[in-house]
Design a binder for this molecule. Structure first.
Ligand code: HEC
Ligand code: HEC
Length: 427
């Protein structure tokens, strides 16, 4: 794992010596010879995180690529994590057990769960990107087209009484069938087709038979995926260590000021916390004006297009894509009073889950805080709490610092744990 830079400095030294020397004519050859001799003894300098190929010729060669080492999986003992949630989270109802968690993890990264064997759950909920996607406002499904909404991060999803941005599902065990069957996500034609495809893979047929008395069924597939996701608990953030753990040094004064603002500006009315634990959500639905704001932006397509940093070209054709708009909760209930309401997301790990809101329309936490400071989006039926907050820019900065202090201690460990899932055919 040691990055060797020795040879570079030796060549540099020799070169300096040569340029100063009267024997300069003989020097280049000597320099090269010396360099060759040094490189026999020492590996070539490593570029970036790649392998330096030390001992590449030998049969027991082991790659020492730093990137590969970083990407090696490490089991995070998820059963114990689920049984003892980290500081700041309450006890988890029905904590899952290790064998089912492991089966769920294998399935979560199984591309053969999609109709054309290309897309796994983990490709839209990327472990290294907080089990969401940081690059795309809304993910791309098997048809190669964007789907309508931003992928939620899956940390602590086992506590959520309502799922999806519009709350259309309530059971994690059932939820998985939505992406599995959605034509624009994993595109399977039927539940039976998915079950049959897995039945044809010895590993899954046997693993389900061992784990469930009734083997591989629709319900049990959902239950295995849910077991893994229920165990993805993440808290014990700097905020938790300060607020619940009593460690006054866990956060800096800016975070403490930010938390005061969070309370005084009523953020906590919807992103709720209590005396012993915090989910930072009321699991209820509110109209903050996000949907109306995005609709009004779409209605005014930009006059120029940025093709590189600082380089813009004027657009003379209409590039706008027809967009159905998003009525949120009302799309499920049909209630006019629920128009453009979306579920309050938890704020745990929010610094890792950009871009923000149900449509990924706000790129940074600073943009979100600014959105609230100006009273949210223009929508005459938005929540009464959405009004201009009058924060100065240093207050906005403090509020962002508070949100950044909500990152759990084990997010990297959970990503490393995900990498223990087998690649290719599980054995
Ligand atoms: C094409 C990308 C994509 C794939 C593949 C995908 N998801 Fe999602 N997932 C999303 C999006 C987008 C949402 C939000 C949809 C909405 O709210 O309408 C979501 C929502 C969820 C939720 C609800 C989270 C919450 O906080 O309410 C869970 C749980 C979930 N997905 C798990 C899975 C599982 C398990 C699989 C594999 C069977 C999977 N997803 C496959 C994109 C994807
Ligand atoms: C009236 C309830 C309500 C209040 C008050 C409120 N929020 Fe929200 N918050 C929401 C809802 C609902 C969403 C999701 C909106 C959407 O997806 O379109 C959200 C989204 C967010 C997000 C983005 C999270 C993500 O994962 O996309 C952040 C960050 C956030 N709120 C912080 C705050 C802060 C800071 C305050 C106080 C200044 C605040 N909220 C006040 C309900 C509220």
């Amino acid at each position: 794992m040691v990055i060797r830079t020795g040879i570079l400095s030796r060549i540099a030294l020799l070169a300096t010596f040569c340029s100063l020397s009267f024997l300069a004519g003989n020097c280049p050859a000597a320099t090269l010879r010396d360099a060759a001799r040094v490189s026999d003894a020492q590996p070539l300098p490593r570029v970036g995180q790649g392998d330096d190929r030390t001992g590449y010729q030998s049969s027991d060669y082991r790659s020492n690529s730093k990137s590969l080492a970083v990407l090696t999986g490490h089991d995070a003992a998820l059963e114990a994590l689920a049984a003892n949630p980290p500081l700041g989270l309450p006890a988890l109802p029905d904590p899952p057990l290790a064998p089912r968690i492991a089966l769920g993890r294998t399935l979560f990264f199984e591309r053969r769960l999609s109709a054309n064997n290309t897309l796994s759950c983990g490709m839209c909920h990327v472990p290294e990107q907080a089990f969401t996607q940081n690059e795309l406002a809304t993910p791309v499904g098997i048809r190669g087209a964007f789907i309508k909404r931003n992928a939620p991060a899956l940390f602590n999803v086992g506590y959520r009484p309502v799922l999806f941005h519009d709350g259309r599902e309530t059971k994690l065990e059932v939820q998985a069938w939505a992406p599995l069957l959605a034509a624009n996500e994993m595109g399977n034609v039927s539940r039976a087709a998915v079950i049959q495809r897995l039945m044809d893979i010895d590993f899954y047929r046997d693993a389900f038979a061992t784990e469930f008395s009734d083997g591989l069924t629709e319900l049990n597939l959902g239950a295995a995926l849910a077991a893994y996701q229920r165990a993805l608990l993440s808290a014990d953030s700097p905020f938790d260590r300060w607020f619940y753990g009593g460690d006054t040094h866990a956060v800096d004064p800016s975070v403490k000021r930010g938390f005061e603002l969070f309370r005084n500006k009523d953020c906590g009315s919807c992103h709720v916390l209590d005396h012993s634990a915090a989910h930072f959500t009321d699991d209820d639905f509110h109209n903050t004006g996000v949907s109306a704001r995005s609709a009004s932006i779409r209605a005014q397509p930009p006059a120029e297009l940025q093709i590189a940093p600082g380089v813009k070209i004027p657009i003379d054709t209409d590039l706008s894509v027809p967009h159905p708009g998003d009525d949120g909760r009302a799309e499920i209930t049909g209630e006019p009073t629920e128009l453009r309401k979306f579920r309050t997301p938890s704020l745990r790990n929010v610094a890792l889950t950009a871009p923000y809101m149900h449509d990924g329309s706000l790129p940074t936490l600073a943009a979100v805080v600014d959105f609230y400071n100006t009273g949210g989006g223009e929508d005459e039926i938005k929540d009464a709490l959405m009004r201009p907050l009058g924060m100065t820019s240093s207050e906005e900065h403090d509020l962002v610092a508070f949100l950044e202090a909500l990152t759990g201690a084990n997010t990297d460990a959970l990503a490393a744990d995900a990498r223990t899932a087998p690649i290719g055919d599980p054995k």
